[in-house]
Design a protein around this ligand. Structure first.
Ligand SMILES: C[S@@+](CC[C@H](N)C(=O)[O-])C[C@H]1O[C@@H](n2cnc3c(N)ncnc32)[C@H](O)[C@@H]1O
Length: 393
């Protein structure tokens, strides 16, 4: 009997509606959970997810993973609790979705040491269970190619302070304003559950999402946030604070090569490149997720190794800046110091232009206008190309 199997796998947290009409937790104290939440979220996601790879973190019995799979996505669900994963695997067979969903026992922190990224990531109902919430969010943000759906328990209050930029040391009372980003620490239990650790306010949620390099694009429901990567505002763990992330995750890149320049050095290992300045700041190379970038990777002989193309690009920034007599690459320096798009903005734009043009020229492309910046400075393109090829070998 289906109901005997359901009882044997209990207790349940999610009320799944199985194909034969039975439900796993019809008397849920939250109502028909999470079906009522899915009804809020569903219109905000593409109806056809064919070709999308999705990750659900804290998947529990797999409710959302199954909904994404029904829309055509290939889904990986992770959860730290084997009890819920047993429910999810059993239910996958009931829905006939075993070929589209896979479930793995993992902590959110385990994702730091995997290379996979996903078109869509669901991170719902987990953040407030984390003892190290910002670390968890930083790890999750790096997994997102297109969209993140985020949900957390929050404290009441919709206010969002507009100016949170650098208050003076003596103005601590500003931190007590209702809209200041904050989190309540739950030292003991909350709602009878000792695994609840934090409850941020709305301003705090939005600030932390921004700080992890994401842009909030919608709020499908109460406490639910839809986000996408914001390349113009990368997380500081991708720039000047990368060392903290590496130390916290224990991810010491397996270095295969270090290139020494006058004002910095570049560490490269498979899938990872960072430019390090002598003042301790860094910039991590980030491949773009675009058709144009993928096309360029294929044309330049990198196939689908987008990291390889971005490594080359980052190294060329420094190589050309030093050839032109700059102290350091203005762009990499600005990114490492949180001044991207602020300090010497036009210099950064122009630098991107001649670096891209040189990268194309390096791979047999034509001599285009931005290269005049190099020739006008008395540099010989053919010699420069030979030197770059030696460096990148
Ligand atoms: C409140 S439930 C949310 C389930 C589902 N995401 C939802 O929104 O309905 C929290 C789930 O996250 C899992 N979880 C808690 N801490 C976790 C961690 N550190 N890593 C992975 N999963 C975790 C729990 O086992 C549980 O299944």
């Amino acid at each position: 009997m289906m109901s005997d199997e359901i009882a044997a796998l209990g207790p349940w947290f999610q009320n799944l509606h199985l194909p034969d009409g039975t439900q796993t937790f019809p008397d849920h104290w939250l109502g028909d959970f999470p079906a009522f939440k899915w009804r809020q979220i569903a219109p905000h996601l593409p109806e056809d997810l064919t070709g999308w790879r999705a990750l659900e973190i804290g998947c529990n019995a797999g409710f959302y993973a199954f909904e994404l799979a029904k829309r055509g996505a290939q889904v990986t669900g992770i959860d730290s609790d084997p009890h819920f994963l047993a429910q999810a695997r059993w239910a996958a067979a009931r829905f006939g979705l075993e070929s589209q969903v896979q479930f793995e026992q993992k902590q959110v922190y385990d994702l730091a040491s995997t290379w996979e990224t996903y078109d869509l990531v669901l991170f719902m109902g987990v953040f407030y269970h984390l003892r190290y919430p910002m670390l968890g969010l930083d790890i999750v943000a790096r997994k997102v190619k297109k969209r993140l759906l985020f949900q957390t328990l929050t404290v009441p209050g919709e206010e969002v302070a507009e100016d949170t930029w650098d208050p003076p040391y003596t103005e601590r009372e500003r931190l007590l304003a209702p809209g200041w980003p904050r989190m309540a620490f739950l030292e003991h239990k909350f709602a009878g559950d000792p695994t609840n650790w934090w409850a941020p306010n709305r301003a705090g949620v939005e600030a932390m999402l921004r700080a992890s390099g994401l842009r909030v694009t919608g709020r499908p429901g109460s406490e639910i946030y839809l986000c996408e990567p914001d390349p113009a505002n990368p997380s500081s763990v991708r720039t000047w604070d990368a060392g903290q992330f590496q130390a916290a995750t224990g991810l010491i890149p397996r270095l295969t090569k270090t290139l020494h320049f006058r004002h910095c050095w570049v560490n490269s290992s498979p899938g990872y490149t960072e430019t390090c300045f002598h003042d301790g700041t860094r910039v991590e190379a980030m491949p773009e997720d675009s058709d144009e970038y993928r096309g360029k990777a294929a044309r330049f002989g990198y196939g689908d190794d987008l990291e390889g193309l971005s490594r080359e690009h980052e190294i060329l920034h420094t190589f050309l800046a030093e050839a032109l007599g700059y102290g350091a690459s203005p762009t990499l320096w600005a990114v490492a110091h949180g001044q991207q798009g602020v300090a010497s903005y036009w210099e950064q734009v122009e630098e991107e232009g001649w670096t891209l043009a040189f990268q194309t020229y390096l791979h047999g492309g034509p001599e285009t206008e931005p290269l005049r910046r190099l020739t006008d400075a008395g540099l010989d393109l053919v010699t420069l190309r030979e030197e770059a090829r030696k460096l990148l070998r």
